[in-house]
Design a protein around this ligand. Structure first.
Ligand code: NAP
Length: 246
């Protein structure tokens, strides 16, 4: 048996465990299991690895994507660049860290990306936003970061109140990398001036529950392209599977 799992805290229902358990069943993979490991402190990762000798791979979720880096023996270049790790391959007790959120974001973004989308507004400054920044830089898309508490001294970082008509007109890609709108707080949404949206815009939401957040609904009402976080989740999971088996 090969074991895989998810570390995070707390772990209520987990997309990953459901995804991999269904995948193993569907694809007739009988020698693999995927378990949830809710650890209350990241320091517990070392005892988890020694207690679970059959563990071959882990996914990492909130709040440990940054904290886990201190426990890695090797970091993939994307982990170094983003400062976040969501996938670990375990070989002979050594931990190799990867970031598959980046691949998940890039491939799902490209589904509806147009060549005209050369400027973006990126909402949020957490780990998910860092993965998005990495991809925007790679694709050569210019972006403005929007935060409730923008970093002083960072040129492209502004508050929600500073998102004006001119910026909304020039930036056709708007990415929500905050938890605003996520279940159970489905009535909330990022505070941007939605009245300036047009059918040239592309609204991308990393939130996947609900499938259509108010953010995406407001985009759809103006004829914008929309993409939720479901594809990103599935792509990052498959990318983890590829890494664990390579
Ligand atoms: N689909 C996927 O595969 C996938 C992958 C990763 C993450 N996600 C989702 O992406 C979202 C962000 O993830 P994360 O790990 O980066 O989370 P996070 O670190 O908890 O939050 C990201 C940022 O959002 C802003 N924020 C927090 N609460 C907010 C609120 N109520 N209203 C407006 N802004 C708020 C904060 O930035 P400021 O304080 O600077 O405003 C925070 O740094 C989550 O909903 C997560 O589930 C999805």
């Amino acid at each position: 048996v090969r074991k895989f799992g998810l570390i995070g805290y707390p772990l209520g229902h987990s997309f990953s465990q459901t995804y991999f358990s269904e995948k193993f069943k569907k694809e007739g993979i009988r020698d693999c299991v995927y378990l949830n490991f809710p650890i209350a402190s990241i320091d517990l990762i070392s005892s988890l690895i020694s207690q679970e000798p059959l563990l071959c791979g882990l996914n990492v979720t909130i709040p440990y994507k940054q904290q886990v880096i201190a426990f890695l023996d090797h970091q993939h270049e994307v982990v170094v660049a983003t400062g976040a790790c969501n996938c670990i391959k375990i070989q002979a007790g050594k931990l190799r860290g990867f970031n598959t959120d980046v691949v998940g974001f890039e491939r799902s973004l490209q589904k509806k990306l147009h060549a005209e989308d050369t400027r973006a507004i990126l909402l949020g400054t957490g780990g998910a936003a860092r993965a998005a920044e990495y991809v925007l830089q790679k694709l050569g898309i210019d972006y403005t970061l929007v935060s409730r508490h923008p970093a002083t001294g960072r040129l492209n970082s502004i508050t929600y109140a500073q998102v004006d008509r001119d910026l909304m007109r020039s930036a056709t890609l708007i990415i929500n990398a905050t938890p605003a709108g996520m279940y159970p707080r489905v009535e909330s949404y990022p505070e941007i001036p939605y009245q300036y949206l047009t059918d040239r815009h592309y609204l991308y939401d990393m939130v996947y529950n609900p499938a259509q957040t108010l953010f995406l609904q407001k985009g759809a009402e103006h004829g914008a392209r929309t993409q939720n976080g479901t594809a990103m989740l599935a792509i990052q999971a498959e990318e983890s599977w590829t890494i664990w088996n390579s």
